[in-house]
Each structure stands twice: as C-alpha cells, then as structure tokens.
Design a protein around this ligand. Structure first.
Ligand SMILES: [Cu+2]
Length: 160
C-alpha cells in the first residue's frame, strides 16, 4: 500500500503527540501527585443536608490540622467565608445535594468537582496568608456566576 510522504509525516506526528500526552499524564501523576482521587466516599444526595457528616459545616480543629466541611449547592457555598491558619494542613470535605459544582480556590492548586452522591476530599496547606477567591467552575445553572466564596488564610498566631 502506498502512503504519501506527507500522510506518513502527519501520522507519525500524531503518534508522537499522543505519546507525549500520555507521558505528561504519567509524569504528573507519578512525580507531581496530580491524579484523580482514589478515596471514594458516597453519600445519599437526598439526605445529605441532614447527614451527620454534613450537619456542622465550617472549620474544625483536628489533631493534624484543620477540617473544613462545605456544602456546595445552587447557588452558594455554605459557609461562604472560611477562615483557616497558614502553614497547617487543611482538609476540605465537600458534597452537593443538587447538581455538579466545582470548588476552585483561585491562586492555589486546590480544585475539585463536587458531585451529588459523593464526598470530595483533599488536603492542602496554605503557606501565604491572605484572601483567596473560591469559585464554582462547573456550570451549574442560571445562578452559576453568583456562586463564589472567600477563603481567609490567617498568619499563625492570630491577626491575619
Ligand atoms: Cu456552580
């Protein structure tokens, strides 16, 4: 079968690109720990508002850091304002009772989908005190653009 020179060139180029994309995924997963969450925790979305895991929303101190429990729903994050301490691990636990939302903390690499029926969880340490914008980055309906919150990272020891 005759394959034109240019056709060969583009076939090889596409193959090389695919190999590069695969290599990038493998590299970031293995070396930079960027990977889909392995931790799968389910929750009934119809009762998540009264589920014991999501009854007290907000920040609690734990032995190894801070835990922030957030409910993402049309069209707000509860709580809207979150205060944590810089330099200590913060574990976010989120769920949605309605549709898929996003939870992205602008200026950090904290970014997760919040899917009804699941609990999204990740841990991150904020080293730079300041005010961070939290946005929903999954289109969730007519009020999507109103769905934002604030993360205040305070310097350890009080005044931030
Ligand atoms: Cu949203």
């Amino acid at each position: 079968m005759h394959v034109d020179l240019y056709e060969k060139f583009w076939m090889w180029l596409s193959g090389v690109l695919l190999a590069l994309f695969a290599a990038a995924i493998i590299y970031t997963a293995a070396a930079q720990a960027i990977q889909p969450p392995s931790h799968v925790e389910t929750i009934d979305p119809t009762t998540s508002r009264t589920d014991p895991r999501f009854v007290s929303l907000g920040v609690t101190e734990t032995a190894d850091g801070q835990q922030v429990v957030v409910m993402a729903q049309m069209f707000a994050f509860t709580p809207t304002e979150i205060r944590v301490t810089a330099g200590r691990p913060v574990t976010f636990r989120l769920t949605s009772p309605d549709v898929i939302h996003g939870f992205q903390i602008v200026g950090s690499n904290a970014n997760t989908m919040v899917i009804p029926g699941y609990v999204s969880q990740y841990t991150i340490t904020f080293n730079r005190p300041g005010e961070y914008l939290i946005v929903c980055n999954e289109y969730c309906g007519l009020g999507h653009h109103l769905m934002y919150g604030t993360l205040i990272v305070e310097a350890p020891g009080g005044e931030g």
